[in-house]
Each structure stands twice: as structure tokens, then as C-alpha cells.
Write a protein that binds this ligand. Structure first.
Ligand SMILES: [Zn+2]
Length: 225
């Protein structure tokens, strides 16, 4: 069986979905989530959703600069421009020296980048909102940017897939697409989470819940003990 990353002919690793090279390219939260979900149920929906995020992450990461169009980067929060910085139609961000920014990715939130310049403050920004601002236009107050296709993962931030919606439309969309994970655990599962020393991402994958749910359980347990 070959690696699931596009065009890759290398054999899959021990977990059975990617070659060693592509596995090592994945952000650690995705790797840990996949390990947990795979152990729980390798055919389950949480695992398949994480796998599609992983494949999409690598597809975007491996696109050469020449394969996508680029435009000037603008911060959606304060309309500040970044002279010499560019953003691609898929959300790659390039510094004036040509170096790409690394995306911060995990399994339950949208990818972000830090637009910090020199010794300036951190500026964590969402990729899909940066794409919308640069390629489509300003984001009106109180509106959210949504991913139109329910098949698309959170990594897929091409402007053609982005849609402006109200917060309530966005919640309905998430329910329809099944993007929401369950929020409660059975008592036995909860006590396993409380006592486990595995990472938050691993446990989220293992029990098919969001990392937020795992964090809440851990926090309450620490407070009570
Ligand atoms: Zn590969």
C-alpha cells in the first residue's frame, strides 16, 4: 500500500496511511489526533476527517510558488498593509525574502499564522480570513467567513470556497455538515481521560471529541483533586 499523499509512491508507515517523510511533515497535533483515532477505530469518522485534513495539509504545503496566484497581504483586523508580503489564493503567506510562514494547525480549529514582524507583537490571524480579505474584500462587522463545500476541510482556504455568513447561519452549516463533534463523554470514558497522561490531541482523537472538551475535563479534574 502506498502513501496517501498525492503522487507519492512510497510505502505507508506503521499506522498505515502515509510514508515516513510525509508523516514527519504533519503538524504534531494532527499526528497525535490520528494516533488516538486510529487506535479507537481506524475506519471511524473522526479518523477519516483527520486523515483528509492531513492529506490536504500536505497538498497545500507541497504546491510550488509558481502553481498559485499571489496578491498583497492585508490584515483583516485593522486593514494594515504589509509591504512586500504576499498571500496566495490558497493561503500560503510569503515574507519579502520569499520565505513561507508555517501554518499553526490542529484538528478542531482553523489554521492560523503569526504575522509578527521583527520585534513587534504577536499577530495570530486565521488563514481563511486573510484569504478572504486579500482576494475578495473587507469582512463586514459581525459576519463570519465560512467554507462553502461541506467536503472541504478547514485547511482548504481557497477564496473560491469561502462564503460570508452570519454567525447563526454558520452554526446551522456546521450542524448540517456534521462538522460538530460530540461534547459529552460517558462516565467511564471521562475517568480514563482524567487519569491519562497522553496529549490532549491524542485523547480527542481517541474519544472522538474536540480538544476543548478534553481540556475542560482535565481542568475540572485538577480543580477537584
Ligand atoms: Zn508520502
Amino acid at each position: 500500500m502506498t502513501c496517501r499523499a498525492r503522487m507519492c509512491q512510497e510505502p505507508r508507515n506503521k499506522l498505515g496511511f502515509m510514508c515516513a517523510q510525509h508523516w514527519s511533515m504533519l503538524p504534531s497535533p494532527i499526528r497525535e489526533y490520528m494516533e488516538g483515532a486510529n487506535e479507537n477505530d481506524p475506519q471511524g469518522v473522526p479518523f477519516m476527517m483527520a486523515l483528509s485534513q492531513a492529506v490536504e495539509f500536505i497538498r497545500i504545503e507541497e504546491m510550488p510558488d509558481s502553481a498559485v496566484r499571489w496578491t498583497a497581504l492585508i490584515d483583516y483586523k485593522d486593514e494594515e498593509s504589509f509591504p512586500g508580503w504576499m498571500i496566495s489564493e490558497c493561503g500560503h503567506i510569503r515574507r519579502p525574502n520569499g520565505e513561507r510562514l508555517r501554518w499553526q494547525v490542529n484538528t478542531s480549529t482553523y489554521p492560523q499564522v503569526n504575522l509578527k514582524r521583527g520585534s513587534g507583537p504577536n499577530r495570530w490571524r486565521l488563514i481563511h480570513r486573510l484569504v478572504y480579505r486579500a482576494w475578495i474584500g473587507p469582512i463586514p462587522d459581525k459576519m463570519e467567513v465560512n467554507h462553502e463545500s461541506v467536503m472541504a476541510t478547514k485547511q482548504h482556504a481557497h477564496w473560491g470556497n469561502l462564503l460570508l455568513v452570519t454567525p447563526s447561519e454558520n452554526r446551522k452549516h456546521a450542524q448540517r455538515s456534521g462538522a460538530q463533534t460530540r461534547h459529552a463523554l460517558k462516565p467511564a470514558e471521562r475517568s480514563r481521560v482524567e487519569r491519562s497522561s497522553r496529549t490532549i490531541h491524542y485523547l480527542a482523537g481517541k474519544f472522538g471529541v474536540s480538544t476543548t472538551t478534553i481540556r475542560h475535563i482535565k481542568k475540572r479534574y485538577r480543580e477537584e483533586n
